[in-house]
Structure formats: C-alpha cells, structure tokens
Design a protein around this ligand. Structure first.
Ligand SMILES: NC(=O)c1ccc[n+]([C@@H]2O[C@H](COP(=O)([O-])OP(=O)(O)OC[C@H]3O[C@@H](n4cnc5c(N)ncnc54)[C@H](O)[C@@H]3O)[C@@H](O)[C@H]2O)c1
Length: 426
C-alpha cells in the first residue's frame, strides 16, 4: 500500500485502460497528459490501428491529442498478458440493456473472465462503466476476494464517468466535472484518491461503492424525468397554441426552486434513456415501484411519435424531407438511441427522406445502411418541401437554413425567438 502510494505520487505506476471508447479514450488522454504511462486495450483491432496512426475514432477528440499516447502501448486483447505489469487497471466497457430492459453486463463479465488470470497482488482495479446498484461487488468483488485480500493486497474501486461528450469548455468540460470516487475499503479509497487527485480538479469521496453506483444512476434518472416533464409540457402547451420555450424562459427567471430542462425530439445516448432502467431493475428485485423512471421513459418515447404525427399532418405523402442532424445531441458523432433514427425510419414509410449530419456519414438501422448527403448546400434546401432540425449542431448555419428552407420543423428550439409561419416548433 505504501509503495503503491509512492509510485502513484511519483508517477511511476503503469495504468491500463480497457475499452477506448468515448469514456476510455478521453480518460486515457487526460491521464497521459499528466505524464503517467498509459497502456490502452481495445478488442476492436481497427480502432487500435487507427489510434496508432494518430487518427481519432471520435469526432470530439482531435487527432493532435492522440499523440499523447505512446503507440507501443496500444494493444488488442491478444496482448492482455501485459496487464500483469500494470499497477492500475481501469475498465471503461459498454453496459447496455438487454431487450427485456435488464442490464446486460456481458462486456464486463467476459472481460473480467479474460483478465482474471493476469491479476496480481498490489494492483488497483477501477470500474468506470455505469452499472446497476451492487454490480461492482457482484461482478468483480466476490471473485477478487477469492484470490486476494481486498484492501490489503488488492484494491477495488468504482468511479462512474460523468463526461458530457462534445463539451470542452466551461463548467461542463471534462476536467471541471467533479469526479466521484469510491472503494471497497478505506485503503482502496485512499489509493484512488491519490491517483485521481493527480488527474482531476475536484473529487468527491462517496461513502461506498454502492452509493457511487446509485448516485450516477440518480443523476441520469433526474435528467430523464425532468426532460420527460418538459416534453409532456411541450405537448400540452402546443395544444394550447403556446410555445414551451416562452414558458420555460419565464419560469427560469425564478431564482430558486427551478432548474431549466429543455424539451426535444426524445432522448438518446445511453445515460438518459437506458441507465435509469438499472434502478428500475434493482427496485423490481426488491418488489418496489420505480414509476417516475417508467413514466419519463414512456413520455420521452411518446414525444418522438408526437413529432412524427405532427410532421405527417403538416406535410403531404411523398413530399421531400431533409433531416438535419441524426446524432442524439449536438456536436457529437454518436447516434446510439438517437430519436432522429426513429423519425427517419418512420417518415421514410410515407415520404422521400434524406438526412445530413456533418459527423455521421452512415446510419445503420437494423440490417440496412443509409448514407448522409455528402455536403450541405444551403441553397438547395429549397428543393425539399420541409427541413427538420433533429440535432442542433453548431456546425449548421441557421440563418441560411431559415433563408433557404420552405418549411422548418424545429424540434430543438433553435428558432425559439423567431416568430415566422414557416417555422413549426415541435
Ligand atoms: N458515452 C458517454 O457519454 C458516457 C458517459 C458516461 C458514462 N458512460 C458509460 O461508460 C461506459 C463506456 O461507454 P462508452 O460510451 O465509452 O462505450 P463505447 O462503446 O464508446 O466504448 C467501449 C469500447 O470498449 C471496447 N470493448 C468492448 N468489449 C471489450 C473487451 N472485452 N475488451 C476490450 N475492449 C472492449 C469497444 O471496442 C469500444 O471501443 C458505459 O458503461 C457507459 O454507460 C458513457
């Protein structure tokens, strides 16, 4: 423990990061920037080769930042035996939902099975993936305890990632977000505190791993529920011929008891639509209701259908429609669970639909692949009967969109201040 502490503080520890996706790659780059030796593993060989060529697989991570990583330290799973030389192992793997809405921990379980033989005494294992309450102990802790004495000769920690991809400045920039840390024992907490204290600006020690697990899910559920509320209010306001953004603007002037959440076309990514179901899963096992979570989920789906219906009512069959943006939020290249996917798929049944996203060139829906327009020629927007703002990327020139489009369905409130008949707020 004392020698590990010294090694951490002197930056002599080797740190393995397993899973170089949105979370793992950003973390790897930030740790490498602090002059720690980072060893990256990903099962996707193409991704490893790309990173080795200094090319970022993610649009929000610039190529020049990739240079921080030592190319010889990037590996596919073939070289997983190198883990034995590492002092810290950080796991950043996907944790999706199964079709039956239960947590799908197969990535964590399979990875742990692979790495378990290479674990040795005096290593720190940190889980960064979002998991359901009690999962860290169940998946990792129980098995590790059979081989090691946790807190004495092996250290188990959990630190949920709270990144907001695409946001590089201000309070929401990666390093400005307080990092939650937790550990199985006091010694585990001390060690992650030494390490993450060198990387992040502000840490918050959670009372236990389970508190940290739940807290991450609480945050995501809080967002889902409040966005769901805003979406439902939008539908009511619309029926009353009012614009929800005018209402929210007025309510936002209250200096206490009100936090603004914007409505939209639905919710996407993993954190908001999927993660709350991890609480629901835990609650169900205890035979407790988690109605808020289910209601928000339902409303956040319903609003997408409400938008589709509104577009269908306001357009004729076979009309030409262009979707601007298919990412689930602005300035990123991620279309996982994006409501634009549903809007695109549904409208294609009745209309001639194209899409353009500067960051997403292909949309895979079921087994089919659809291509984005190669470029966005603003003047040609008039060739479409309607344009739908499905993602409010900063890339778009909204003045030109307004100028050249015949009709605009605005699902993001980008034209919230513009009162014009060709804009349909939805
Ligand atoms: N993306 C976000 O904005 C975000 C934010 C907060 C938390 N999270 C959570 O962080 C975790 C990771 O999410 P992500 O968005 O980075 O996922 P991702 O899909 O972008 O990245 C996961 C990476 O792991 C790799 N991988 C899969 N199985 C592997 C294995 N056995 N060994 C090595 N590599 C393997 C994949 O090839 C991929 O590169 C999830 O639990 C997610 O819910 C994500």
């Amino acid at each position: 423990m004392i020698s590990l502490k010294k090694k951490i503080l002197n930056k002599k520890v080797d740190i393995a990061i397993i899973g170089l996706g949105y979370v793992g790659l950003e973390l790897a780059l930030n740790i490498a920037k602090k002059k720690y030796n980072v060893i990256g593993f990903d099962k996707n060989k193409k991704k490893i080769e790309l990173i080795k060529k200094n090319q970022s697989p993610i649009n929000t991570i610039k190529n020049e930042r990739i240079r921080l990583l030592n190319k010889r330290n990037l590996h596919s799973l073939r070289n997983i035996n190198l883990l034995t030389k590492c002092d810290v192992i950080i796991i950043c793997l996907p944790t999706p939902l199964k079709k039956n809405l239960k947590p799908d921990n197969k990535y964590l379980i399979e990875c742990f099975k692979t790495i378990f033989p290479y674990l040795r005494k005096n290593q720190i294992l940190i889980l960064e993936s979002t998991v359901h309450p009690l999962a860290t102990q169940k998946i990792f802790g129980n098995k590790i305890s059979k081989k090691f004495d946790i807190g004495k000769n092996f250290f188990l920690c959990f630190s949920p990632e709270r990144i907001s991809p695409g946001q590089h400045e201000g309070r929401h920039a990666y390093l400005n977000i307080t990092k939650l840390i937790s550990g199985r024992t006091k010694n585990c907490v001390k060690l992650i505190n030494y390490l993450y204290g060198k990387i992040f600006k502000k840490l918050h020690k959670c009372a236990s791993i389970e508190i940290a697990e739940f807290s991450k899910l609480y945050e995501n559920s809080y967002r889902s529920i409040n966005i769901g509320f805003a979406n439902q209010m939008k539908i009511i306001a619309d029926k009353l011929n009012m614009n929800i953004f005018d209402i929210i603007k007025a309510s936002s002037t209250k200096p206490f008891g009100f936090t603004k959440f914007n409505p939209g076309p639905g919710v996407g990514g993993h954190c908001i639509p999927l993660d709350p179901m991890f609480i629901s899963y835990a609650a169900k096992k205890l035979r407790i209701n988690s109605d808020f979570i289910h209601l928000a989920r339902r409303v956040n789906f319903e609003v997408t259908n409400w938008i589709i219906d509104k577009i269908k009512k306001d357009t004729k069959k076979k009309e030409k429609i262009l979707l601007l943006g298919v990412a689930y939020k602005k300035n990123i290249d991620d279309d996982r669970e994006s409501p634009a996917r549903i809007i695109y798929k549904e409208l294609r049944k009745t209309h001639i639909v194209k899409f353009y996203d500067p960051y997403i060139k292909k949309l895979k829906i079921r087994k089919k692949t659809y291509k984005s327009l190669e470029t966005l020629n603003y003047q040609k927007l008039k060739n479409f009967n309607s344009v739908i703002i499905t993602t409010d990327h900063d890339f778009f020139n909204y003045k030109k969109i307004f100028k050249f489009s015949k009709k605009i369905f605005d699902t993001r409130g980008v034209f919230r201040e513009k009162k014009d008949l060709k804009i349909i707020s939805c």
